[in-house]
Every structure is written in structure tokens, then in C-alpha cells.
Write a protein that binds this ligand. Structure first.
Ligand code: ADP
Length: 790
């Protein structure tokens, strides 16, 4: 096998190598892909067996070898007729045997020859040759000279086009002045097809050969320049397509811009319409258009634009002039209130009065209503009923735990992600500027370094100033004067006084068992049955079972848990039906536990027996009235007072007053005068983790203390409420009804109350009075005689 390394194909011509006495018979090596010309120097890689033997034989003899090209390069072992008969006698200049048996040889063409005869064909071809003598060109005429110049120039051009031109090559080309040699040199470097090269080789006349080479060169020049052109065209094509792509991208971007411009115009137009139909206040309208103009000048994708957009959205969505038409039909209102709510007559009356006044004076700047009472007594549902009666929208927000003014009044727009406050949120949500706006838990409003939410709230609520309420985000006055605000609170103690001043507090107290039974039967049970997709017939609840739910499954002033338990009952029944049980499911005292589990409260068992140092007070808390046990005990010490159970300042003072009263009356109580010399007094009020305050446990603390001092038990069925003075007078307290209901739930039969609270007994439902006896007292002596039997 022969391969060429074209870089080595520049022949170095040495005249003295011409040897006239070449052997007649030579080993033949057929080569593929290349035709060897005289003087051509080329490395051969010899792999085929026959070829290796030919080389070996040549080396063994005189180094001469006959190289002839095979007609078809793909044939591994060419026959003699598959090998061109004209070839070149070559001399092996160097040879290297490789470990795999192949041979690497450097050969040089010496003389053109023709095969006369194949002498041997077996292990290697041996041929008899006849040297083809070339007639030297006698005279180099103009034509030949021109031809040669042409060939040189073309050669340089081709090499140039191929990027292979060096100054050395130019010098070599210039130095050859023999037409035949020039033809051979150029031909061997032209990358011609085998057939074309062979034709050239067989052309004996040097001038003819040069002409032929010249022809081929012209074609080659054309081909090469064509190739270069094609390549540059391709390059152009690529860069053109890149350019096209780039341009197209630009066009697309322009289109997008244009498209966006369309969108933008559309958006602006849209906002214009919305601003118009929002019928804002003059100021707001002006501001909206100003912002719209800014938006128009902004890049639609900028962060700033989205801020402006959010602001505009708020402006156009707020109900500037959208309001619902009020209905001041007092009869209808009464009906609505009665339909949803049992009892609460006083509250309903007050609401109807309020509505009547509004009817005649719509611009009335009346007080703000505040419903006060424990959870679940119907504050929210009353608010909803009012909205329903007036055909107004209803919104409700909770103020519990708000400490930040911005929650009410919004953040300034300079903050990222700033928003209006809850009031405007509520209004937007209601879609009208005159909803019934309920704010829950006004008593749980906090205040700290982030500003005082109550002052912002005051601005919103105060009828004198709320026609121009300013939200920081909006930064425009918004008229809240048509809104009907209703506040709710569990207790009024913690409401900021500035707010409390402007409110009309309507108290809703807890319900008695009887009231709860009625409400459950009329409202809660039918509603829960309906909501759970059941029918009243399928699950009759006996009065006994209902009472048991009220007393043993709930212990609360309101109705929330009761409604929840009834809901749970309904769900259990619904599940049974879904599982294929047909019912009806009669809920009785006996089977109630199957539905609701074991009872959670056992009121009578709170205090099983009368004990020394343990009295029962009554507290008025967020969740209504509750019994409050006071423990007192004497321990070794030096007459100090220890108070535990998270008592507030007022309650601690109350405890001190109780102790002073006891110390002052030791003799009349029959206690040793020097008892405090080596005794400390410890007063504890469980549950220890819940903060408690207020003066109303004064007499209960004194009673527990005196019980401990005298070692006489306090009657467990007696509860008491009242403030104590140092001289033992009993002063009035608040929340009597709540406390009474709490006591009832705890199974108390007697309540000692201050004489001055006697008038409050009128408010206590008669059925409660039937179950509990209220004993008004003026001083501590009476308390002690009732509770400790002193
Ligand atoms: P609050 O707002 O005071 O915590 P809710 O208004 O949420 O209480 O009342 C709890 C549930 O008790 C509601 O389903 C409500 O309809 C019902 N409810 C409260 N009071 C009455 C009443 N007097 N008559 C009928 N249902 C009532």
C-alpha cells in the first residue's frame, strides 16, 4: 500500500543521479492513488505482502524498484492487466521495517519506463522494462517560454488559493527551466485524478506534456478559485443567515415594542374609562390622571410602572360613589332582627331607635355603636342582621392584636409592596361606600413604637372627621361618613378612653340555660340540620339531651361551642345515613354520649365539700362570668403577705385591704392577737397562669383569709362578689348578670352581692333568680355570718 505525504512532494533534482545502466528486470510494486513522476521524492508505507517482498528484493539488490499505478485503487491484489504499463523506475533511498512486518520507505523517481513483460508473478511481480527516453528540448522558444511562465504563474496562484504558497516554492518553480521537468513537478503536485496523471506520465514529448499540464492548471485555477468563491459564499451565507437572524430578532423586538405600544395604549385607554366610571372625588380624579400620565411615559415592564398600576387599580376599585340604597323600614328591620335572634330585646330596641333616627336624619352624626359581651352571644350576627335589614353590604375586620398604625391606615407608597390599610380593604371588598362595617375586638387593640392604631381608628370612626379619612397609601381623602361602623368588644376596660368616649356601648350578656335551650331549638339546631343536609325528622333531640349538651358538653356564656357540638352531632348522624343506616336517630340523654363522647364538664363537682381557707368569688372575664376560687393559708413566718396567681395591682391591693381588715378584727373573730408574729399569710388564686385583676374579689379574699384564721370552713354553695374597704364595708361591682350566669353554670345556690347592686337584680332573668338566691349585704360581718357561720 502506498500513501503520499504531499508536503514532501517537492522534488529535489540532482542531475548526477541519472544512471544509464539501470537493470532491465526489476521487482514491481503497484501503487494506489498516486502516479510517480521523474525526480519525485515520496515516502511510501508498504503493507501488502507482494509489495513488501518487492521492496525487500530491491533493497537486497541495488535499490531499484519499478513503481506502476494500479488502475483501480480498491483492488488488493491487482492482476497484471490491472496495472498501468507505464511507470517509473525508482530508487529506495531509505527503508525502515516496522514491527508489524510493514515497511516504510523513501523513494525517488529516476526514469520513466514501460513494462515489456511480466517475468515472475508468484510471490512478487518481476517485470522486464524498457526505459522511455525523452527527447531534450533543443530550444526554448517564446511560445515555450510563455507556456512555462504561464504554468509557473498558475501554479503559484493555485498554491496561493490553497494557502500553500511559500517563498521557497516560488524559488523552486523559478529555478526549473526544463519544460519536461517543470511539467512533471507541477503535475506531481496538482492533486490530479489518477487517470489524468497517468496520461501526463505517458506523454513523452515534454512540450506537449507542459501544454497538457497548462490546460489542467487553467482548469485547476478555475476550480480552485471557484472553490474559494464557494467557500466564501458559504461563509457569506452563514454570516448572512446570522445577520438575517439578527435583523429578524431586531424586527421582532421592534414588533414587540410596537405591539406593546398597542397594549399600552389599550391599557391607558382602559384606565381612562375606569377612572371615569369610578366617579372619584375631584382630588382623586386629578391624581389618577396624573399617575396615568406617568404610567404612559414609563416602560411597561418597569418596577415603577407596576407600582403605579397597583395604585391606579386601587383608585378605580374603591367605591368612591358607589352606594347601596338604604331601606329604613323599621317594621321590616324589626322582623329581620327577630327572625334571627331570640331575646336581646333591649339591644334590638336600641338598634331600631338608631335606625329610626337615621331615617329622619340621614346625615346624623350619631355615636358609634359598640356591642360588648362575651364570645358567641350574637354580636356578629346582630351586625349582619342590621346590614340585612337596611339592605346594606356587610364587612367585618378583626382588630385583635393590631399594634401597627399602618394596619389601619396603610403604608406610604414609598415602601415596596405597600398597601392600603384594613379600612380601605374592607370598603373595596364590600364594593359600596356605605356598608355596615364591623370591627371586632376593639378591646384587643395594642399600641407600640409603630404608632398608635387607636388614633388612626379614631380618625376613621369619628363622624366629625371621617368624611376626609386619609390612608397613607392612597394619600387622598376618602369619605367614610356614610359607613355604619359597629365595634365589638368583650370588655370595655381596655378600650382606649378617647375611643370609648365616642362610642355607645350596648352590652350583650351571656345566656341562661333556658335561653340557650330556646335559641338552640329555634335557631341553632334547625340551622345545623339544614347545613348538614339533614331533615329535622331524622334526628329529633329530646329536651333532656339538649340540656345535657348545654350543661355537660359546654360551659360558656355564649353559644359558640353549643353550636359546634350540635354541628358535631349532625355530622355523626349524617355519616350514619351515608353508611346506609336509615334512622330516625332520636337523640336522648341516654345515647348522647355515643355521639359526643363523654361529658366534658361536671359543674357540681367543681368543689365537692366545704373547706377551710377556700372561698368562691365571681369574676367577670372576656368570656363572661366565671367562678373564681380564692385560697388562703397560714404558714410559719413573720406576718408577711404572699400573693400568687398572677394578680393585677388592683387585686393585690384588694388582698392587702382584706388582710388589714382581718388584722383589725382579730379579737372579734376570736383569733389570738399575736398570731401574725410567727405566721405568714399566703393568698393564691388559681388558675395561676391566667392574669386576673379588679377589686370585686375583695370580700372573697377576706372570707378565705378569715376562714383560715378561724379554722372554720366556707360554705361551698355560697359565692360572693364585692369590693372591701378597710372598715369592712362592701362596695358595688359590675357585671352582675354575667357573674350570676357563671355561678349558675358552676352549680352555686347562693350569691352574696353588695347592697348597692340590688338594683341590678332587675336585669337578672327570673329563672336565674329562681335557682339562685341573691343576698345583698352592706358589710363584711354579714358576709362572714352567711359564708362561715360565724
Ligand atoms: P359573637 O360575634 O358575639 O362572638 P356570634 O354572632 O358569632 O357571636 O354568635 C355565635 C352564634 O350564636 C351565631 O351562630 C349566632 O347566630 C348565634 N346566636 C347568638 N345569639 C343569638 C340569639 N340571641 N338568637 C339566635 N342566635 C344567636
Amino acid at each position: 500500500m502506498a500513501e503520499t505525504d504531499k508536503d514532501d512532494l517537492i522534488s529535489i533534482i540532482e542531475e548526477d543521479e541519472k544512471d544509464a545502466t539501470l537493470p532491465e528486470t526489476l521487482p514491481l510494486m503497484s501503487v494506489r492513488d498516486i502516479v510517480i513522476f521523474n525526480d519525485m521524492l515520496l515516502p511510501l508505507f508498504v503493507g501488502r505482502e507482494k509489495s513488501v517482498r518487492a521492496v525487500e528484493e530491491a533493497v537486497a539488490k541495488n535499490g531499484y524498484l519499478f513503481l506502476a499505478t494500479q488502475k483501480d485503487p480498491d483492488i488488493e491484489n491487482p492482476e497484471q492487466d490491472q496495472i498501468f504499463s507505464v511507470g517509473t523506475v525508482s530508487r529506495i533511498l531509505r527503508m525502515l521495517k516496522l514491527p508489524d512486518g510493514s515497511v516504510k520507505a523513501l523513494v525517488q523517481g529516476i526514469a520513466k519506463a514501460r513494462i515489456v513483460k511480466y517475468v515472475s508473478k508468484r510471490s512478487l511481480y518481476r517485470v522486464k522494462i524498457e526505459i522511455i527516453k525523452e527527447e531534450p528540448v533543443k530550444e526554448i522558444d517564446l511560445e515555450i517560454e510563455a507556456l512555462m511562465r504561464n504554468v509557473r504563474e498558475h501554479s503559484e496562484k493555485i498554491l496561493d488559493l490553497r494557502g500553500e504558497m511559500t517563498s521557497d516554492v516560488g524559488t523552486i518553480l523559478e529555478s526549473i527551466d526544463d519544460p519536461g521537468k517543470l511539467a512533471d513537478l507541477v503535475a506531481s503536485n496538482l492533486r490530479l485524478k489518477i487517470d489524468e496523471s497517468q496520461i501526463l506520465l505517458e506523454l513523452i514529448d515534454p512540450v506537449e506534456r507542459l501544454k497538457k499540464v497548462n490546460d489542467l492548471l487553467s482548469r485547476e485555477v478555475e476550480l480552485s478559485s471557484m472553490q474559494v468563491k464557494i467557500q466564501s459564499d458559504v461563509r457569506d451565507e452563514i454570516s448572512k443567515s446570522q445577520r438575517d437572524y439578527f435583523l429578524r430578532e431586531q424586527v421582532r423586538a421592534i414588533h414587540r415594542e410596537l405591539g406593546e405600544a398597542d397594549d399600552k395604549a389599550h391599557e391607558i385607554e382602559d384606565y381612562k374609562k375606569k377612572i371615569k366610571s369610578a366617579k372619584m372625588s375631584k382630588e382623586a380624579d386629578k391624581e389618577a390622571l396624573k399617575q396615568l400620565k406617568r404610567l404612559e411615559q414609563m416602560h411597561p415592564d418597569s418596577a415603577e410602572a407596576s407600582v403605579v398600576r397597583t395604585y391606579l387599580d386601587w383608585l378605580v376599585d374603591l367605591p368612591w360613589s358607589k352606594s347601596t340604597k338604604d331601606i329604613f323600614d323599621i317594621k321590616r328591620a324589626k322582623k329581620v332582627l327577630n327572625k334571627d335572634h331570640f331575646a336581646l330585646d333591649k339591644v334590638k330596641d336600641r338598634i331600631l331607635e338608631y335606625l329610626s333616627v337615621r331615617k329622619f336624619n340621614p346625615m346624623m352624626k350619631g355615636p358609634i355603636l359598640c356591642f360588648m359581651g362575651p364570645p358567641g352571644v350574637g354580636k356578629t350576627s346582630l351586625g349582619q342582621a342590621i346590614a340585612h335589614a337596611m339592605k346594606r353590604k356587610f364587612v367585618r375586620i378583626s382588630l385583635g392584636g393590631i399594634r401597627d398604625e399602618a394596619e389601619i391606615r396603610g403604608h406610604r407608597r414609598t415602601y415596596i409592596g405597600s398597601m392600603p390599610g384594613r379600612i380601605l380593604h374592607g370598603l373595596k371588598q364590600s364594593g359600596a361606600n356605605n356598608p355596615v362595617f364591623m370591627m371586632d375586638e376593639i378591646d384587643k387593640l395594642g399600641s407600640d413604637f409603630r404608632g398608635d392604631p387607636s388614633s388612626a381608628l379614631l380618625e376613621a370612626l369619628d363622624p366629625e372627621q371621617n368624611s376626609a379619612f386619609s390612608d397613607h397609601y392612597l394619600n387622598l381623602p376618602f369619605d367614610l361618613s356614610k359607613v355604619m361602623f359597629i365595634l365589638t368588644a368583650n370588655l370595655t376596660d381596655t378600650i382606649p378612653s378617647a375611643l370609648l368616649d365616642r362610642m355607645e356601648v350596648i352590652s350583650l350578656t351571656g345566656y341562661t340555660e333556658e335561653e340557650k335551650t330556646m335559641i338552640a331549638q329555634r335557631h341553632l339546631i334547625p340551622r345545623q340540620i339544614r347545613e348538614n343536609g339533614l331533615k329535622a325528622k331524622t334526628m329529633p333531640i329530646t329536651p333532656g339531651a339538649l340540656l345535657q349538651i348545654i350543661t355537660e358538653y359546654t360551659s360558656e356564656a355564649g353559644l359558640r361551642n353549643l353550636e359546634r357540638e350540635i354541628g358535631a352531632l349532625c355530622r355523626k348522624v349524617a355519616r350514619k345515613i351515608a353508611e346506609g343506616d336509615k334512622g330516625p336517630f332520636r337523640i336522648t340523654k341516654n345515647n348522647l354520649h355515643k355521639y359526643l363522647g363523654v361529658p366534658k364538664y361536671f359543674p357540681e363537682m367543681d368543689q365537692e365539700s366545704s373547706q377551710v381557707g377556700l372561698s368562691t368569688g365571681l369574676a367577670w372575664t372576656q368570656v363572661g362570668g366565671e367562678v373564681l376560687y380564692v385560697e388562703a393559708s397560714l404558714i410559719g413566718g413573720k406576718g408577711e403577705l404572699i400573693i400568687t396567681g398572677q394578680l393585677g395591682d388592683v387585686m393585690q391591693e384588694s388582698a392587702r385591704a382584706a388582710l388589714s381588715y382581718a388584722r383589725a378584727n382579730l379579737a372579734s373573730l376570736g383569733v389570738k392577737e399575736n398570731i401574725f408574729e410567727n405566721m405568714d399569710v399566703h393568698i393564691h388564686v388559681p388558675a395561676g397562669a391566667i392574669p386576673k385583676d379588679g377589686p370585686s374579689a375583695g370580700i372573697a379574699m377576706a372570707t378565705a383569709l378569715i376562714s383560715a384564721l378561724t379554722n372554720k370552713p366556707v360554705n361551698k354553695d355560697v359565692a360572693m362578689t364585692g369590693e372591701i374597704t378597710l372598715r369592712g364595708r362592701v362596695l358595688p361591682v359590675g357585671g352582675l348578670k354575667e357573674k350570676a350566669l357563671g355561678a349558675l353554670r358552676a352549680g352555686i345556690s347562693t350569691i352574696i352581692i353588695p347592697e348597692k347592686n340590688r338594683r341590678d337584680l332587675a336585669e337578672i332573668p327570673s329563672n336565674v333568680k329562681r335557682k339562685i338566691s341573691f343576698v345583698p349585704v352592706k358589710n363584711m360581718d354579714r358576709v362572714l355570718s352567711l359564708a362561715i357561720n360565724l
